[in-house]
Design a protein around this ligand. Sequence first.
Ligand code: DGL
Length: 258
Amino acid sequence: MKTVAFFDSGIGGLSVLEEASQKIDARFIFYADRDNVPYGEKPKEDILKYVEEAVDFLAERGAEAVVLACNTATSVAAKILRQKYDFPIIGMEPAAKRALDIDSSRRVLVTATPVTVAGEKMKKLIGRVDKEHLVDLLALPSLVKFAEKGEFNGINVETYLKEKLAPYNLNDYSALVLGCTHFNYFKDTLRNLLPKTMSLIDGNEGTIKELARRLNLDEKPGDKEIEYYYSKRKVTDKEELMRLENCMKRLEKMRCIK
Ligand code: DGL
C-alpha cells in the first residue's frame, strides 16, 4: 500500500485528508505545523523553511507523495520542493478556474490568506484564467485563527465574515472560492450569509483526483489508517486524537455543503 503524507500549517489540511479518506485506499500521514501556525501573514522565507523541514521529515517517514494541503505553502514552496524531491508534490491553488468554468459571466470572490492573495502564483493564475476581469480577491486571515481555536461558528465568526463581505454586492457573484483549507470549517456559516445564487467551491476533490492519477491509486475508500504529527512530534495524546477526530467529523458534514 502506498504512503501518502498531507501537510498543512494546522488543521485546515484535514479537509483534504477527509476527502482522501473517503475516496482512496492508502496509508495516510497527517502533519500539522502546530508550532508555526498560522502561515498566512508570515514572511515567505520563514514559510519556505518550515515547509522544507516538514517535507524532509515526511520523506524520512517513507512518504511516497506529499500533498501540500495548504494553498499558502503551495504558493511559496511547491516549485522549490519539486526540484528537490523525486516523489510527487501535489499542491493546491484557489479553484478560480473551476468557478469561472462553471459560470463565465458573473463575478467570483476568491478568498485565501494574505500571503496567497499577494503571491506571484496568484497573479499568474488570475492572468491565465480571468480574461474578463471577473475575479475579486479577499484575504480572511482571522478564519485560520478561529479554526485553530476550535471556534467554528458563533457570533464572532459571523460578525467577522459579515464585515469582510459587506463591501461586495454578492448578487453579482456566482461563487465564493475557498482558497485556504482552513476555510472549509466555516461552510455552514458562509452558506447562511451568502445568497442562494452563490455556490461554495474548494479545490479538495480536484486535488485528490490528481493524487490518485499521479500515484495510480484506485478511487475506492480504504481502512483509513492515519498517523498524526504536530511539528515532528507524533500525536499520541488521547485528547488530541479526539480533537482531530472531531475536526474530521465536522469536515465530513461541511463537505456536503456547496
Ligand atoms: N491552510 C492554509 C491554506 O490553505 C494556511 C493557513 C495559515 O496557516 O495561515 O492556505
